[in-house]
Design a protein around this ligand. Sequence first.
Ligand code: MSP
Length: 491
Amino acid sequence: MQKYYLTTPIYYVNDKPHIGHAYTTILADTIARYRVLLGEEPILLTGLDEHGLKVQQAAEKNGKSPKDHCDDMAPAFVNLWKKLNIKYSDFIRTTEERHTTVVQKILDEVHKNGDIYIDEYEGWYSVSEERFITEKELDSGEFGQVKKIKEKNYFFKMSKYQTQLIKKIESDELLIQPVSRKNEVLGFLRNELSDLCISRPKSRLEWGIELPFDKDYVTYVWFDALINYISAIGAFKNTENFKKLWPADVHLIGKDILTTHSVYWPTMLLSLNIPLPKRIFAHGWWLTDNEKMSKSLGNVVSPLLLVDDFGVDAVRYYLMSEMVLGMDATFSSESFEKKYNSDLANDFGNLVSRVSTLINNNFDSKIPIPSTMESDLAKNYKKIILKDKLDNLEIDKVINSTMTFIRSINVFMEKNEPWKLVKEDKNKAGNILFHCAEALRLSSILLSPVMPSKSEDILQILGTKEKSLVWGKIKPSSSITLSKPIFPRIN
Ligand code: MSP
């Protein structure tokens, strides 16, 4: 089977998970489930970023040791992923030994090959970004609290790889999507790239992975965190697994962490002589009232509350269909309710009830026998192009074309009026309802990566376990079951 290795960012454990974290993780899970539909074997990695100043400060605030703080926070993420029906293959925490040993191994390698050097540096340090910023960045005034720091640190020769990296990005050997983000990175790389400060003196920050060649320092949190993508799959340890899974098919990220992923990470890999990931995809932000949802703004929506109110599948559907991949999207309860009522309650849910009720009342609850496999619906179904859209990660478009198909089932019903036809020509009515039931089966399967459990419910109503994407596979004469509305209207 063709593997498909995809990753989410690993999340900081300084606070509880919010809708931004939930979005990327649901997106990754949805993509993975679509790969299964395509007959591939997805490997989905997610996890937690546990080192660095933010986590150390959060722990201090809670009066705990950093490790205890991380151990206390981790279940909030694991439980949320369970609640959101996320099927991950592995969950990595950067405090785990399987990760820290690989980070130290890599530091040693890069140090030995001459790409790490020590230097005294004086510059402006951003507390929130946990890094030195340039004069230009300082002038932008976007970096909150900054302080002038003069200290000895270790630097990674990132600049050495600038030309190589530009070539790989320009040629799409490292594909950065959407194209606006690729241009953003290339724009950034038009300026001379400076080397990356990869250490923090323990006198200033203790919570990190110790440098193997200098015990007075810990590793800069980003140099540590990015390595999770290869430490989790056995780099330097389980070479067979590593060879099978690497390079990653896609790193899913938010647009705020584009530079770290498209510049720091690939240059680290170039220094190690490890192939680059195939693709980096940066999605937009969820906004409320045109502001980014973020902890510091105090305007975040808890995914848990939404799920408790509307059910996990409806939340997954909203998040996946409302955000055009790559663009920002605005969250509001009004738009949630509108989308839910029009797409799920009306278009999809009502249709399932109508078709199953008609079959129940007129065909003894059995899928009628078709007279032909041809119909407008069969034609419409064959127009849905799945593979290309999925390869482009256009999940919102896959959902849209499925919804268009579902609406065409409604149109087909109105045109053929099986409720009237059944009195005049029962076979003809049966044929129509067979085609509707089959179209519903396929719609459920096409939406199953987004709504895994509701799709199962609908297949159960239709009395089928058939998961084939080939038209005409629902079995005539099999029994259907009636049920309560699948997506009850929100009033
Ligand atoms: N720990 C780093 C990532 C290291 S990956 C090697 C980090 N963590 S984070 O918890 O702050 O954020 C993780 C992701 O959540 C980012 O991709 C970010 O874009 C995403 N989101 C945070 N707020 C968001 C929204 N309001 N909307 C959508 N996603 C946003 O960065």
